[in-house]
Design a protein around this ligand. Structure first.
Ligand SMILES: CC(C)(COP(=O)(O)OP(=O)(O)OC[C@H]1O[C@@H](n2cnc3c(N)ncnc32)[C@H](O)[C@@H]1OP(=O)(O)O)[C@@H](O)C(=O)NCCC(=O)NCCS
Length: 146
C-alpha cells in the first residue's frame, strides 16, 4: 500500500473510486452535471487544490483532495473493499497537514446531514465538529492551528 500526491494523469482513476462508494454516492453523470469532470479536476490539481491517493498493486483504492485557497477539505473516498484499513485516516491526515503547512488554522468541509453515515463518525472521531447546516448539507470544522 503506497500513498502519493495526485498528479494530473492520476485523475481518471479517481472517478472510478468516487463513483464506487456505497454511501454519499455520486454517479459520473451527477459529477459531470456539477461541473466535476476529468478536465476540471486536473485544472484544480494544477492550481488551487492538492490531493493524495492510495495505491495497492498500482490500482488507486482511495484518494482525498483539499482546496488550498479556501481551506476546504473537498473530497475523500475509499473503495468499499478497502475500507477499515486506515486508508481514509491517512488520506485525511495528509490533507490536514498540507492545509496547516500553508497557513490554515481552521479548516472546513461539507457533508451529508445523515449522522448514520460512516463519514459523520469518521470526521467526529478525528476532531471535526458540527458548525452549521446550510442548503441541506452539514458544514463541519476543525481547528488545526496552534
Ligand atoms: C469515510 C471513509 C473515507 C473512511 O475511509 P476508511 O478507509 O474506511 O477509514 P479508516 O479505515 O481510516 O477508518 C474507518 C474506521 O475503521 C477503523 N479502522 C481503521 N483501521 C482498522 C483496522 N485495521 N481494523 C479495524 N478497524 C480499523 C478506524 O478506527 C475507523 O473507525 P473510527 O472512525 O470509529 O475510528 C470511507 O468510508 C468512504 O469512502 N466512504 C464513502 C464516501 C464518503 O462518505 N466520503 C465522505 C463524503 S463527505
Amino acid at each position: 500500500m503506497t500513498f502519493r500526491e495526485i498528479t494530473t494523469n492520476g485523475v481518471p482513476g479517481l472517478f472510478d473510486v468516487r463513483t464506487s462508494v456505497r454511501e454519499n454516492t455520486y454517479t459520473r453523470e451527477d459529477l459531470y452535471r456539477d461541473g466535476i469532470t476529468e478536465k476540471t479536476v486536473a485544472e484544480m490539481i494544477s492550481t488551487t487544490h492538492c490531493g493524495w491517493l492510495c495505491e495497492v498493486n498500482s490500482k488507486i483504492v482511495g484518494f482525498a483532495m483539499a482546496n488550498g485557497r479556501t481551506g476546504e477539505f473537498s473530497v475523500i473516498a475509499v473503495f468499499p473493499e478497502y475500507e477499515m484499513r486506515g486508508i481514509g485516516s491517512k488520506l485525511l491526515l495528509l490533507a490536514e497537514d498540507w492545509l496547516r503547512s500553508i497557513g490554515w488554522e481552521e479548516i472546513w468541509l461539507w457533508t451529508s446531514l445523515d449522522t448514520n453515515l460512516k463519514a459523520y463518525a469518521f470526521y467526529r472521531n478525528r476532531g471535526w465538529t458540527d458548525a452549521e447546516i446550510r442548503t441541506n448539507q452539514r458544514i463541519m470544522k476543525k481547528r488545526i492551528g496552534k
